[in-house]
Every structure is written in structure tokens, then in C-alpha cells.
Design a binder for this molecule. Structure first.
Ligand code: SAM
Length: 450
């Protein structure tokens, strides 16, 4: 069935706003739909998918759109909607526009110049080519420019993966186990899940397989003290809480009240009572300092450029600027530095990003290790073997959409060396001013002594 012709006008209207890149595309789309309540679910789906198709293919769509007679915005809109829902579903095209679409469909995209084919801005294309080479950059770009599959994480305190698969089948929703994450399911189509009892009862959460793997490599165990330093809306917090079997204490820190507020209903659904959300003012907040030297595991899911999530947020590649990376690095280094002070001797920290840039990943970790001889890098191959995850990695976790069908993620595991043994008791009694075993990790101490 064809879409109403008005969809072209709606898509063009919201596209004009989105291409100003003054707000994330999903925020602008949500507001537009709120302001246009008469658009039904099918129409909304078409507008959103059309917009996302334009953002994914903006370089070559713009090149073609500028070469025709009708206004560029109208042509961009037609190209996006045709890519998203198929040219046959569109109504209200002129004869010239239909011919234009037919001509474009015949073009072999493989014959285009590499940067245009990649649909990446020049600065990012150049960075990826320097890191991965041109041939792999093109494969990576193809994967980043495709929509992500729908992955679920089974909440192991409520159900097993097999039980959830069986219940989904009754819905009927076909799903298969994810290749690497032990609690993951990949749903084969994209049904709405919000009204499923499984979702309402907290047996499932939507979570990319890569994100699930990151939570898993934290290695959090029953009864431990764990901090999720950049918890946001708690995607990974909930996974960690379940891995701890709802025991111990799991602090969910974040500077954003709004994001932490989104964690609360998810916590209620999940049935977890070991999670403690804490809003902090910044990474050196007194609430952080109080826990110095007391924590077994820390996850730093650092704020980053987000370039590994282009499958879901294709506008990020156009909104992100090369100049912002240096600012991001400073924040990442400062957060890592503070978060590391939380660890007990022998404790482990996972530094992770959803960035694909070495500047935000290896560089930050190497810089940290150079300044902190009291930490060792634990090779990712060892961590993955401990967690029985069948992924081949060397020192770091580097998940790539064209290789692993996940979002792009980076992670490193850092282990704090065991603290030196306490001096004999008689001596301790004399040295009343000596700091206790945790005090060398106090966040107020200079970095080198932490
Ligand atoms: C990549 S997101 C975290 C996503 C989250 N872990 C999840 O799985 O849904 C990074 C988070 O870091 C938070 N953040 C930024 N600066 C921070 C700081 N100085 N200390 C703690 N959190 C910070 C942001 O508010 C954001 O929620």
C-alpha cells in the first residue's frame, strides 16, 4: 500500500530542521511527531527511516540531488524515502522525479570516489584510512551506514535465555542467540516490544551485543563493591547488577540528573535492589572520594565522540567536529584518573568507549599507564577467556560493526597491583600517623601516589 503523498512534505519539513544539526536527529524527530499527532505509526516510521537514510547517504544523495531540476531538499527527501520504504510506496511524484529515481537506481556506487562512497566527512574518512587502510575503511563505512539489528539482553535474575526465546516465539517473535554475549538474543525483525509481558516484567532489556560484552568483561561477582562511573540511563548498570546476582553494592554515578532519572523505572522493572544511583557534580566529587580504595570493579564507559554508534545515530558523523576530540580526551583522562583511585589493590577497571578513534582509546589508556606504574594492563585475550567469550582479541577489545555485527566499541582492562603487605603490628602501634591501607588511594592525594 502506498504512503499518503503528504509524507513527502512532512519528511522535507523535518529534514530542513535536522540538517541544521543544532540538536540530535532523534530529539528533533520526537518533537516533530509530538507536534504532528495526526501522523500514524506507519507514517512516522516512514518519515524517520527516510530521514535516517538521508543522513546515512548524505554525501552521494546530495551530489545527485544537486544535479536535477526540482529543489535539492525535495530531491534529497525523495531519495531518502525511496531508499527507506521503496520507490513503489511513494505517491505524489512528478514524471520527472520518477525518472530521476530510476536513473539513480542504475548507478553503481562502487564506481564512485572512495570518500563519497563512504558517506563520511573528509576528516573522519582520512582518520579511518590512516587507522584501517582504505579497503577496510570502505567495509567499515558500509556497516556503519546500515541500520543496526535489534539485540536484547536477558535479565538472568528473572529468566534464562531459553525461556525468553520460547516466550518470544509464542508472541510470535523469532530471535536467535547472539554469537558472543551469553545472555543476548538477536530479534530477526523489529517488532514493538514495549507491551510484551517479558519487557514489562523486566525479563528483557534492549541492548546491543557489544554493550553486553562490555558489561561482561567487568567480571563483577556476587557480593562485590562495584562502581559504574558513567552510568547514564543505566544500560550497563543493569547488566552488571544482574551479573552480581543482585548482591553486593553497585554505585551508578553520573553527572546528568536527567539520564540517571531514566535508570529508575528500568531498575524497578529489573527487580534489582543492589543498585545505588548517585548524581555527582564532576569526577572529583566528594561522593567519589569517600569510596577511594574500597571498590573491587569499576566500569568507565566514558563520554566520547560516539562514532561507533553511527548505525543508530547517523547524524553524529555530521555533527561531530574534529576540534571536539581534544576536549573529549581531556575529559576522558580526568575521569579515568579519578575512577582509578576507587580501586582496592588487585581490583580491576574497564575503560571503554563507543568511539573508533585511537585518540580516545589506546592513546588514553597508554597515557594513563605511563603515569600510573601501580596499574597493569590485563590482556583482553585473558579477560575474554575468563568470561568464556569466543572472541579473538589481543591487548584490547575492539568491536567493529563489519566484523562483529555490533556497534563499534573499545575497551581495556586495567588492574591495580596488590597493595604492599601491612607492616608488623608492633611497628604499626608506634606509627599512629601512618595512613591506613586504603589511604594511598585517596582521591585527594596526587595522581602519582594513587
Ligand atoms: C557513554 S555515556 C554512558 C552510557 C551508559 N553507560 C549506558 O550504558 O547506557 C557517558 C556518560 O558519561 C556521563 N559523564 C560525562 N562526564 C562525566 C563525569 N565527569 N563523571 C561521570 N559521568 C560523566 C554522561 O552524562 C553520560 O551519561
Amino acid at each position: 500500500m502506498r504512503l499518503p503523498p503528504a509524507i513527502l512534505g512532512n519528511t522535507e519539513e523535518v529534514l530542513r530542521e535536522i540538517l541544521r544539526f543544532s540538536a540530535p536527529a532523534d530529539t528533533t524527530l520526537s518533537r516533530y511527531f509530538k507536534d504532528h499527532p495526526r501522523l500514524g505509526p506507519r507514517e512516522r516510521g516512514a518519515v524517520a527511516e527516510g530521514i535516517y537514510a538521508i543522513l546515512r547517504n548524505k554525501s552521494f544523495f546530495t551530489d545527485f540531488a544537486e544535479a536535477g531540476q526540482s529543489p535539492t531538499m525535495r530531491r534529497l527527501t525523495i531519495l531518502g524515502l525511496a531508499e527507506a520504504v521503496g520507490a513503489d510506496s511513494l505517491a505524489g511524484l512528478t514524471e520527472e522525479e520518477t525518472e530521476f529515481l530510476t536513473r539513480i537506481a542504475q548507478i553503481d556506487r562502487n564506481l564512485m570516489p572512495p570518500q563519497m562512497r563512504s558517506n563520511l566527512p573528509k576528516w573522519l574518512f582520512d582518520k579511518f584510512v590512516a587507522q584501517y587502510g582504505e579497503a577496510e575503511t570502505l567495509k567499515l563505512a558500509d556497516a556503519l551506514n546500515a541500520p543496526a539489528p535489534l539485540d536484547l539482553r536477558v535479565n538472568s535474575i528473572k529468566a534464562t535465555r531459553e525461556e525468553v526465546m520460547a516466550k518470544l516465539l509464542e508472541a510470535p517473535i523469532a530471535a536467535e542467540p547472539t554469537p558472543f554475549a551469553p545472555l543476548g538474543l538477536r530479534v530477526l525483525k523489529k517488532p514493538s516490544l514495549q507491551n510484551l509481558p517479558l519487557f514489562k516484567e523486566g525479563a528483557i532489556e534492549v541492548q546491543d551485543e557489544g554493550s553486553q560484552i562490555l558489561s561482561q568483561i567487568v567480571g563483577a561477582k556476587r557480593g562485590e563493591m562495584v562502581v559504574d562511573f558513567c552510568a547514564g540511563a543505566g544500560g550497563k548498570t543493569l547488566a552488571l547488577g544482574a551479573l552480581m546476582r543482585n548482591t553486593g553494592r553497585l554505585y551508578a554515578f553520573d553527572i546528568s540528573e536527567k539520564r540517571l532519572a531514566k535508570l529508575k523505572p528500568r531498575m524497578a522493572r529489573s527487580g534489582l535492589s543492589n543498585v545505588h544511583p548517585v548524581q555527582i557534580a564532576h569526577e572529583r566529587d566528594a561522593k567519589v572520594k569517600r569510596l577511594a580504595g574500597k571498590i573491587d570493579r569499576v566500569l568507565v564507559d566514558a563520554p566520547c565522540s560516539g562514532l561507533g554508534t553511527l548505525r543508530r545515530n547517523p547524524d553524529v558523523k555530521w555533527r561531530q567536529k574534529i576540534e571536539a576530540i581534544a576536549e573529549m580526551q581531556q575529559k576522558q583522562a580526568a575521569i579515568l584518573d579519578s575512577a582509578a583511585r576507587l580501586l582496592k589493590g588487585g581490583g580491576r577497571l574497564v575503560y571503554a568507549t563507543c568511539s573508533l578513534l585511537t585518540e580516545e582509546n589506546e592513546f588514553i589508556v597508554e597515557q594513563f599507564l605511563a603515569a600510573h606504574p601501580e596499574f597493569d594492563l590485563v590482556p583482553m585475550s585473558r579477560v575474554l577467556a575468563e568470561q568464556k567469550i569466543a572472541l579473538e582479541m589481543d591487548d584490547y577489545l575492539k568491536l567493529l560493526p563489519h566484523k562483529h555485527q555490533t556497534d563499534g566499541f573499545f575497551a581495556a582492562v586495567l588492574e591495580r597491583k596488590p597493595l604492599p603487605p601491612r607492616p608488623p603490628k608492633a611497628k604499626l602501634d608506634d606509627e599512629v600517623d601512618e595512613p591506613d591501607a586504603d589511604a594511598d588511594a585517596d582521591a585527594s592525594a596526587p595522581a602519582a601516589s594513587a
